[in-house]
Write a protein that binds this ligand. Sequence first.
Ligand code: CP
Ligand code: NVA
Length: 326
Amino acid sequence: MAFNLKGRSLLTLLDYTQKEIQFLIQLSAQLKIDKYAGRSNRNLEGKNIALLFEKPSTRTRCAFTVAAIDEGAHPEYLGANDIQLGKKETVKDTARVLGRMFDGMQFRGSAHKTVEDLAKYAGVPVWNGLTDSYHPTQALADFLTVYEEFGRFDGISVTYAGDGRNNVANSLMIASAKLGIDYRVVTPQKLNPDKKLVDLCLTIAKNTGAKITITDDVKTGVTNTDVIYTDVWASMGEENLIAERIALLKPYQVNKAMFDMTQKSNTIFLHCLPCFHNQDTITSSQYPDICEATEEIFESDASRVFDQAENRLHTIKAVMVATLGK
Ligand code: CP
Ligand code: NVA
């Protein structure tokens, strides 16, 4: 299975078909094998890639950087204080300038409209490395990890417990709808995903056999599930909501009691990272109750979080190779 995605941007997985998403995951797996075998395909030889970051990042930045260099491209990091994006120069003008110099660009920031405008005016592929609304390259890595574990998507259930309306949850729901997954969001009603997006995913699900369940009842959401996934309770930019979110989301913490409720022995734990799971960070020492997953689960045999983090590299590489490679 091979698809021509040359010249395409990746803003949300809504823009990609089921087969195109499957192809990107398959290509990621192949590029992972190539890297382990010491093979470099130099698919991006001579390309220059701009990495625009309004928000901080460990995994996404490093994955784009290493993937670009592995394939022979030159990545250029442009942080929030390095360029004028939206401050002294419009996004539209920045896009047209960078598009004259670079062959592709990644954007991470707040407003989804910024990445849409970059893609509209740059004239080169633009990849969304996280906005307030979506985190599509994360969902690709998540489903590569699921595939590596179970060898299939058919019949797989994924439960997302926590802030059901954030970027990671939205992209997981879209990818699940496209890939035919039984996707369950376990969240307080106040944090339900946007109804329009749920309705869109339900429409997609009609054609793929996916199931989308939104519930505030933990037992309903986790019984018999193959994957329990969570993310931070307050995303970047929501720091003022931390206390409120702790109160709302404590009953949805991923812990042993939740795993026992699955009534399965091979359920895996996923998290996009970074994760609060102990008191060893500055933020968790300020907010001792901020802990979306217990240390016990994070460090358990069920945890695949570092495979998932590594898979950011292989999936981001696949996106760049497929859309920009020779
Ligand atoms: N998961 C993820 O996007 O991590 P970073 O914020 O470190 O890029
Ligand atoms: N929802 C989180 C994801 C971080 C990778 C955030 O936006 O901060």
